[in-house]
Design a protein around this ligand. Sequence first.
Ligand code: FES
Length: 146
Amino acid sequence: MYSEKVMDHFQNPRNVGEIENASGVGTVGNAKCGDIMRIYLDIDENQVIRDAKFKTFGCGAAVATSSMATELIKGKTVQEALQITNKAVMEALDGLPPVKVHCSLLAEEAIHASLWDYAQKNHITIEGLKEPKKDIHEGEEEELSV
Ligand code: FES
């Protein structure tokens, strides 16, 4: 049910770890499944992502999507990284089963959260970037309780 690429990135995840004195760090979780993802960015003075690392406490698909997401954003500008959606991450992994789509959303949100932290630390605005949610089900739950 998982593509070879997903299995590869799950079994040999790229970019696992932390970056000391990172330019930006973002953490997001999903209260429903309990998974947590943290992405660290090292960004140079031209707003290019020199390096990206992650730590994920979560399911195999969450590990694979964090691995692929960090691969995709390395070498990109912050603006380009912002355009990387969960769909792009899934496509790069040759797809995910429907019940695992939310894992890729965690990766997209973790990228946004780390970019947000970078923008805050440097007092800059990244066009199109909104304050990320800490929990990707926050909005959903609010809607349900209305
Ligand atoms: Fe929740 Fe994968 S099961 S992130």
